[in-house]
Design a protein around this ligand. Structure first.
Ligand code: CTP
Ligand code: MG
Length: 231
């Protein structure tokens, strides 16, 4: 089986509120996006790693990626939404690689810099050859409240069976492209697969694989990277 990684990085990071898109903010001495790219590139199981940039991106730090160049491919085909960026990236992959219908694509947020090799290995092992693919996720630990617009509790939502979806999310190339064409409004790949009536496999991860969304997340990511035991 062949595995590829696809990293959508065409967002602007509006919730971060910084001038620079969050994927390019400095984190532990490197552009934030470089951490996940380097983790995926170092894995022998992953044949190639592709990044999807916005077509007008002038900030891609090519100079900091030269050591990763043998595995790394860059597509400037980002779309209006994450789902469109991923779908465009999947098409660009097929244009470059030929028929990869049955190969696996691991889609990973550029904004999750603390991804570890161990978690990717666990995902690949536990999804195996499941027809529906799967994703890293964390069981919800907190009590959940639904609030109204005035900031008052409307109800407590039972957390039984609830998971927070992370990335990577891995699916066969043709299935994911079909699903995203069918359901382009989704916010993650698994949701698109679900609209086809399939049930992706949940693979337990942990909160170190956080998504950098707000400024505080950047400090948490810095701490996680600094305190990680060597692989
Ligand atoms: N993404 C993308 N194309 C888009 C929107 C998002 O490739 N049109 C990517 C982001 O670059 C990021 C990932 O999807 O790597 C997850 O999205 P998110 O964390 O929401 O990033 P942004 O959309 O950039 O941030 P925000 O929603 O705060 O603007
Ligand atoms: Mg977004």
């Amino acid at each position: 089986m062949t595995y590829y990684a696809l990293i959508p990085a065409a967002g602007t990071g509006s919730r971060m509120g910084s001038e620079l898109p969050k994927q390019y903010l400095p984190l532990a001495g490197q552009p934030l996006i470089r951490h996940a790219i380097a983790t995926l590139c170092q894995m022998p199981a992953i044949a190639r790693v592709f990044v999807v940039l916005a077509p007008d991106d002038e900030l891609w730090p090519a100079d900091s990626m030269t050591d990763l160049a043998p595995k790394l491919g860059v597509f400037r085909c980002g779309g209006e939404t994450r789902a469109l960026s991923v779908a465009n990236g999947l098409r660009a992959m097929a244009a470059e690689l030929g028929n990869i219908d049955e190969d696996w694509v691991l889609v990973h947020d550029a904004a999750r810099p603390c991804l570890s090799v161990a978690l990717v290995e666990k995902l690949i092992a536990e999804v195996g050859d499941d027809v529906a693919g799967g994703l890293l996720a964390v069981p919800v630990a907190d009590t959940l409240k639904r609030g109204n617009e005035s900031g008052y509790v409307v109800e407590t939502v039972p957390r039984d069976g609830l998971w927070q979806a992370q990335t990577p999310q891995m699916f066969r190339h043709h299935l994911l492209l079909d699903a995203l064409d069918f359901a382009p409004q989704v916010t993650d790949e698994a949701s698109a697969i679900e609209t086809l009536g399939l049930a992706p496999r949940l693979v337990a991860a942990d909160m170190t694989n956080l998504k950098v969304t707000y400024p505080l997340d950047l400090q948490l990511a810095e701490w996680i990277l600094a305190h990680r035991s060597p692989a």
